[in-house]
Design a protein around this ligand. Structure first.
Ligand SMILES: Nc1ncnc2c1ncn2[C@@H]1O[C@H](COP(=O)(O)OP(=O)(O)OP(=O)(O)O)[C@@H](O)[C@H]1O
Ligand SMILES: [Mg+2]
Length: 482
């Protein structure tokens, strides 16, 4: 077997050399041009800054000390202009302190003069590699974001898109919205999105967790209290209804409130007025109410635990969030979203998922829904030792071998076309960090087909399901994923 040497660079990156010493400039230009880079020269910082927008270099090799504008000021100005070029600073022996300052200002690296040709090339190539990676991830993230985002909510399963639609239509009104769904499906995110989409977005979004407080405390929390209304009511207190005036009040876990609080809520909903606990004067507020529960509220009404009249008042518009297990096609996008989030939080850099990891994530049933997935990814990011999240980083309950799983990699020949396709889809998704749109682009198939297949794999799909008429690309549905 022969190992191919990397061929000539296809796209030559542009390098700007800024140095007041003409000899140094000429030497650098010669070396870099020979390597295939496109080079421009500037005799000082100001000249370099003027060249930046037009030349748009990938890297700037800048001397720290230059007349008119020094290298560090150049770097700062370049950033202000929005240039993402990587900076490598050059400094004389005497001023290593300046190099340290340059690094602090955001230079990628520095070189000490007199320059060593090999060192220049190695340092530059390393810096460029970092920039390429940054630009790639940036592009990828932007594309993923565009496709999947509704506010902070990731996922474009049809059931979710229907929820987004209802939220958009209900947002401009005052209608009370009831959000249903299992624990961890994103009910709070939807409540926030509704507020953000509404004309009340600049007014407060106030949240009350109705399950966390005793009856007395909940009422005082909601309606406020007067001094001495009950033991411990030392001073007068404004309630959440008052705090939310003009905005949105989110009543979380509404299924947990007592019958007496239910009556009081009903009155606010009907008359938009209430009294503070222990108070006599009636207060009026303009509040949009959103409620959420993971209970089956209709059943609670039937069972006599929840007032029917209140139920209908809350349930003017209802949305139900689907459990994660019924929209596994969103798992890759969610995983990539949480990897990004926790890499930032923990200062880590990860490329994405190692082969086999996505398989394990798709196989799990996710009783805790997105919250559980988020926890799994956070834990994995913390534990990850390599550049990718591996199956070893998952909790033991997710690591178990799948009954249908084969040895790593479908063999060609030796596997069915379906198995080879599966391998291709999963590997590509892992490579692009879970973006179905990017994977679809690479594989030359539709996003819908990928999502359809993911659902199949999640359900332990095999050849038989591959021939079902619902197969989107064979079924002839002209409406493609994007
Ligand atoms: N579609 C989603 N995209 C991104 N993050 C999500 C999504 N759904 C849920 N999350 C995240 O999962 C966690 C749980 O979501 P949230 O608190 O909204 O769930 P919930 O339905 O209110 O659950 P519970 O009934 O237990 O209160 C949060 O950290 C949230 O940011
Ligand atoms: Mg919640």
């Amino acid at each position: 077997m022969t190992v191919a040497k990397a061929g000539p660079r296809m796209t030559k990156e542009r390098i700007l050399v800024a140095d007041d010493e003409q000899n140094a400039r000429v030497a650098l230009r010669t070396i870099l041009s020979e390597e295939g880079y496109e080079v421009a020269e500037a005799a000082d910082g100001e000249e370099a800054l003027a060249l930046l927008p037009g030349f748009a270099p990938a890297a700037v090799l800048a001397d720290v000390r230059m007349p008119r504008m020094d290298g560090i000021t150049l770097l700062k100005r370049a950033r202000e202009q929005g240039s993402d070029a990587v900076f490598v600073m050059m400094t004389a022996f005497a001023s290593v302190e300046a190099a340290v300052e340059a690094m602090r200002a955001g230079a990628e690296n520095y070189l000490v003069k007199p320059l060593d040709v090999d060192a220049v090339l190695v340092v530059l190539e390393k810096a460029l590699e970092k920039l390429r990676l940054q630009r790639d991830t940036q592009n990828l993230r932007e594309r993923v974001r565009e496709r999947y985002r509704f506010h902070n909510i990731v996922g474009d399963a049809p059931e979710l898109q229907a929820v987004y639609e209802v939220v958009k239509r209900a947002a401009p009104t005052r209608a009370t919205v009831l959000i249903l769904g299992e624990s961890g499906t994103g009910k709070e995110l939807i409540a926030q999105a509704l507020h953000e989409e509404s004309p009340r977005r600049d007014k407060p979004f106030v949240k009350v967790n109705c399950a966390a407080l005793s009856e007395t405390l909940l009422e005082s929390e909601l309606f406020g209290h007067e001094k001495g209304a009950f033991t411990g009511a030392i001073g007068r207190k404004e309630g959440r209804f008052e705090l939310a005036d003009g905005g949105t009040l989110f009543l979380d876990e509404i299924g947990d409130i007592s019958p007496s609080t239910q009556i009081k809520l009903l009155r606010v909903l009907q008359q938009k007025e209430f009294e503070r606990v222990g108070g006599t004067s009636t207060l009026k507020v303009d509040v949009r109410m959103v409620a959420a529960t993971n209970r089956d509220l209709a059943a609670e009404v039937k069972g006599g635990k929840f007032r029917e009249d209140l139920y209908y008042r809350l349930n003017v518009v209802a949305v139900t969030l689907p459990p994660l297990r019924s929209r596994k096609g969103d798992i890759p996008a969610l995983v990539s979203h949480f990897i990004e989030k926790y890499c930032k939080a923990y200062g880590k850099e990860l490329r994405g998922l190692a082969p086999g990891t996505l398989n394990a994530l798709l196989a799990h049933d996710w009783p805790g829904n997105v919250r559980e997935l988020e926890n799994v990814v956070e834990r994995a990011v913390v534990l990850a030792k390599g550049a990718e999240l591996g199956a070893d980083d998952l909790p033991p309950s997710l690591r178990g071998p799948r009954p249908r799983e084969r040895a790593p990699g479908a063999l060609i020949p030796g596997a069915t076309l379906y198995e080879i396709e599966r391998e291709a889809i999963l590997r590509t998704l892992e490579m692009v960090g879970g973006s179905t749109s990017r994977a679809a682009e690479i594989l030359g198939i539709s996003v819908r087909k990928i999502q359809y297949r993911l659902k199949e794999y999640a359900a332990g799909g095999d050849e038989r399901s591959a021939r079902t008429p619902e197969d989107p690309d064979e079924g002839g549905d002209p409406k493609d994923g994007d």
